[in-house]
Ligand binder design. Structure first.
Ligand SMILES: Nc1ncnc2c1ncn2[C@@H]1O[C@H](COP(=O)(O)OP(=O)(O)OP(=O)(O)O)[C@@H](O)[C@H]1O
Ligand SMILES: [Mg+2]
Length: 526
């Protein structure tokens, strides 16, 4: 049977070779319109004899903005499920995970079995027809996968097999991926032909978890609960007509664990982190581009949001009036403008709001957006209203509950005689968890891992902090009193001056009246 098949195909092959040869000869003598007609006709004839269909999956979809999701899923699926059957493989070092990855090489064929049906996959690439020479390697190549199957399995492949590949591929991607920490590049380094130049990344290896976060257990539980509910509510978000995303605002003094909390969230959810440096973003258009290039299952972070943007939403006064016209905050569409003007514009509040919950924010699936700030009161209410920043989390100074987590973590101590004193001191003194942690982790050989020494050191530091705080408060009070006294003095002086001026005015009026009276009498005499 197999031999017969081979023979039949061999005959077909030689016939095709003859046709191709004749075709190349004929081509030179046939006018172009007729040639087109002939090509279409030849394709039709070939289709009658060839019972196999093929579907192409290109690396870049129709929108060309980003790599096609389907292509990536197919790549993952083939490498996971079928690479063992391929004969030509390529090995490359995956930078992030420091591992070798063996994948199916281009121009190789792999077969797959689905419900007893054989399906062939080919990886290949074609040269771009663009006449522009690219400076970037690989830019003028377009990779694609081709799936080939018998005509009679068309419905099975299109309705069941391809969706199966998509689902499996996505699952494999999530399972295998090394999570990454991204940061945005300055736009002058963006390569217009590659979306990869917008963000750079390193492997995300922050070890923080919720277990090691020093905060009240109830608050911690509420946050974990919130995150889990978010992760599981894809259908609910779709039902209520909202994009599947959630915003958190983390606020509190320095060293209270805001950045650590973000790392813990990313580890808990198994998400990538996009750390967005707003000062490197020139305008709202760039912000949108950055957003489009983020993937689902990610946390987008803007740290110290109050320092990154002019939150009043007004343009700076020193900007030229012309650039005012270009801004987005008047709600008008951006006009095309020359690059210099473009440079002058900045990300505006409205651009940022659009980024969080505009139409574009729904692209790409589940996302968490986190802002951190040390001064919540400085933020524009529009930016942090519910719906944009759904949950406001206060990270506050270390209290006893938080301290217990740190003591267990750093010293493996659950109970200690100094705990009572420390509890008292922590209620009276504001010390950040970072400072408490620093006291529990002394960098000296003698103290290392000696809980007694570390805890007594902490007590000392707390007492010192309490004294310092009291001294600072006394000084502030003194200054306040001095200011008040000065203000009172100034007021008294002012009042005295007013009184004096009134008195003088009265004197002048009297003199004028008297003078007037003299004149009138003089008139009478006349
Ligand atoms: N709540 C906490 N639980 C455990 N460790 C903490 C906590 N807060 C701070 N730390 C420790 O202090 C260090 C600094 O914390 P972190 O960078 O998270 O503070 P932050 O709130 O982001 O500060 P900033 O506002 O200055 O950015 C971390 O390395 C962490 O180990
Ligand atoms: Mg921080």
């Amino acid at each position: 049977m197999a031999a017969m098949m081979v023979e039949r195909w061999a005959g077909f092959g030689s016939a095709m070779a003859t046709v191709i040869f004749l075709w190349s000869v004929v081509q030179n003598y046939v006018p172009p319109t007729f040639r087109l007609y002939l090509t279409a006709w030849a394709a039709k004839v070939a289709a009658c004899f060839n019972p196999y269909l093929e579907i192409t999956i290109s690396e870049y979809g129709a929108e060309r903005f980003q790599r096609s999701d389907f292509f990536l899923a197919v790549e993952a699926y083939l490498n996971d499920a079928c690479a063992r059957r391929a004969r030509k493989l390529k090995a490359e070092l995956v930078k992030d995970s420091k591992n070798l990855r063996v994948t199916v090489d281009d121009h190789d064929e792999v077969t797959d079995d689905f419900s007893g049906t054989t399906i062939w996959w080919y990886a290949s690439k074609r040269q771009s027809r663009a006449q522009v020479i690219s400076f970037y390697p690989g830019e003028d190549e377009r990779r694609f996968y081709k799936v080939v199957f018998h005509r009679r399995h068309r419905d099975l492949v299109v309705d069941s097999y391809l969706p199966f590949v998509l689902g499996e591929g996505r699952a494999v991607t999530v399972k295998n991926r090394q999570r990454r920490l991204f940061t945005n590049n300055a736009s002058r380094n963006w390569n217009p032909y590659s979306s990869k130049s917008v963000w750079s990344h390193v492997a995300f290896e922050h070890p923080a978890t919720f277990d090691m976060l020093a905060m009240h257990p109830d608050e911690k539980e509420a946050i974990v609960d919130d995150l889990m509910a978010f992760q599981e509510s894809k259908d609910y978000y779709a039902k209520v007509g909202k994009a599947w995303k959630r915003g958190y605002l983390l606020y509190g003094p320095p060293g209270t664990g805001k950045s650590t909390m973000i790392a813990a969230m990313a580890n808990f959810l198994d998400y990538d982190v996009y750390d967005l440096e707003l000062s490197a973003v020139k305008n709202n258009t760039e912000l949108r581009k950055l957003f489009i290039e983020t993937t689902g299952k990610s946390i987008i972070v803007i740290e110290d949001i109050d320092c990154s943007i002019d939150l009043t939403g007004k343009r700076r006064k020193d900007k030229k009036a012309s650039s005012d016209k270009d801004s987005d905050d008047d709600g008008k569409p951006k006009l095309p403008m020359d690059p210099e003007k473009d440079d002058a514009t900045k990300v505006t509040l409205s651009g940022l709001l659009n980024f969080i919950d505009g139409l574009w924010s729904a692209c790409g699936g589940e996302r968490i957006i986190i802002f951190t700030t040390n001064h919540k009161e400085k933020l524009d209410p529009a930016l942090i209203r519910r719906g944009r920043m759904d949950k406001h989390i206060e990270m506050s100074y270390c209290r006893f509950e938080g301290f217990k987590v740190l003591a267990k973590n750093y010293l493996d101590v659950i109970k200690h005689e100094l705990f009572g004193e420390i509890q008292q001191l922590l209620e009276e003194t504001d010390m950040s968890p970072a400072d408490v942690a620093e006291n529990l982790m002394p960098m000296s050989k003698k103290k290392k891992r000696d809980p007694d020494l570390c805890l007594s050191g902490l007590v000392k530091a707390l007492k010192q902090a309490k004294e310092d705080a009291a001294a600072a408060a006394a000084k502030a009070k003194e200054e306040e009193e001095a200011k008040e006294a000065e203000a009172k003095k100034a007021k008294e002086k002012e009042e005295a001056e007013v009184k004096k001026a009134k008195k003088e005015n009265k004197g002048k009026d009297k003199a004028a009246e008297e003078a007037n009276g003299d004149i009138k009498e003089g008139d009478k005499v006349k």
